[in-house]
Ligand binder design. Structure first.
Ligand code: FE2
Ligand code: FE2
Length: 283
C-alpha cells in the first residue's frame, strides 16, 4: 500500500511559485494514486490569521483525488509561546479557524492493515485545553489501533535532529515526546513523519525493542538548507510503501520530485515578501 506525505506548501492567496509547485505535485500525487495523503502542515504561506491564504490553499488541495488528512503547522495555527516565530502563539481562535476549513487537527485513519495517526504538534507545550483534549483522545487510540503497525505524523519532529539550535522551536518539547511515547507504549510504532524543517532526511529510532523509520519530509513550497546533518534541501514529497501480508509492518520511504518546479529561496518569492510585510516582520 502506498501513502503520500506532502508538507510545507506555504500557499499565498496571491498565487506565485509555491501555488504553482503545489499544483504540479498534485498531478504527481494523482498519478501515484495513493490510498491516503497526509499534509503535515504549514499549509498557509506565513500568517495563520490570513483567511484568504487558507481558503485558496484549501481550494488547491481539493485537486487531490485520494482521501486527504491535514495537521496544522505553526504558520497555520501559531505555536507554543516559547520561541514562537514572529510572536505567533497558538490560540483557540486560530485552532477553530483551521479546523473549520481543513477538518480535525488530530485523527486516526485505519487503512488496509495499517493505522495512521495525525497529531497537532503546535499545541504541545501550550497548556491549552485543546492540548489536554488531544492527550485524552490519544489514550483512546491505543485500543482502536490494536496490533496494527502504526505511523505517526506531526508538523514538528518528535525526535529533535538539531538540539543545538535553540532560537526556533525545531521539534516538539521533550516532555511531550516522552508523554507521546508513553501513551503509545502498547502500539507497534513503525514510523514517524514530520514537516517544518523543509528538508528530506531519513533515520531510525529505537522504540522499545523495535526500530522505527523517522522521516523529515521536504517542503513543496521552498527548501531550507544549512541546518546541519545529512539532509536533502530540495523540494519534494514522500511516498511511503507500507508492507502488508508477509511484509506487514515494513516502511519504505521514497523521495519524489519533479523537474519542472520553481526552486528558489523564499526571499526570491514575491508572495513571501508580501506576507512578511503584512506581518511586519523583517528577516
Ligand atoms: Fe514550513
Ligand atoms: Fe513550520
Amino acid at each position: 500500500m502506498k501513502i503520500i506525505q506532502l508538507s510545507d506548501t506555504h500557499i499565498s492567496q496571491l498565487g506565485g511559485a509555491t501555488a504553482e509547485n503545489l499544483t504540479k505535485f498534485i498531478t504527481l500525487i494523482n498519478d501515484i494514486d495513493p490510498t491516503l495523503v497526509v499534509h503535515s502542515g504549514d499549509i498557509a504561506i506565513l500568517d495563520p490569521d490570513n483567511r484568504g491564504d487558507r481558503a485558496f490553499a484549501h481550494e488547491l488541495l481539493q485537486g487531490i483525488q485520494a482521501p486527504l488528512r491535514v495537521i496544522p503547522g505553526n504558520h497555520d495555527v501559531g505555536e507554543r509561546p516559547e520561541n514562537a516565530w514572529a510572536g505567533l502563539v497558538v490560540t483557540p481562535e486560530r485552532l477553530n479557524a483551521f479546523t473549520s476549513t481543513f477538518g480535525p487537527d488530530h485523527w486516526l485513519e485505519l487503512v488496509g492493515e495499517w493505522a495512521v495517526i495525525g497529531l497537532n504538534s503546535e499545541i504541545m507545550g501550550s497548556g491549552l485545553p485543546e492540548e489536554h483534549a488531544q492527550w485524552v483522545w490519544l489514550e483512546t487510540v491505543v485500543a482502536q489501533v490494536g496490533d496494527r503497525p502504526a505511523l505517526v505524523f506531526t508538523h514538528k519532529p518528535v525526535f529533535n535532529p538539531y538540539p543545538q539550535l535553540t532560537e526556533h522551536n525545531i521539534a516538539i518539547p521533550e516532555e511531550s515526546r516522552r508523554r507521546l511515547l508513553d501513551v503509545l507504549a502498547g502500539v507497534r510504532l513503525t514510523g514517524f513523519g514530520s514537516g517544518h524543517l523543509h528538508e528530506y532526511a531519513v533515520s531510525t529510532q529505537h522504540i522499545g525493542d523495535a526500530e522505527a523509520v523517522v522521516v523529515s519530509a521536504p517542503a513543496t513550497g521552498f527548501a531550507h538548507g544549512g541546518l546541519g546533518g545529512p539532509a536533502l534541501a530540495q523540494l519534494g514529497i514522500v511516498e511511503y510503501l507500507l508492507g502488508e501480508g508477509a511484509q506487514r509492518g515494513s516502511v519504505q520511504p521514497f523521495f519524489r520530485n519533479l523537474a519542472t518546479l520553481t526552486e528558489v529561496p523564499p526571499t526570491d518569492i514575491a508572495e513571501f515578501a508580501a506576507a512578511l510585510e503584512q506581518l511586519g516582520v523583517t528577516l
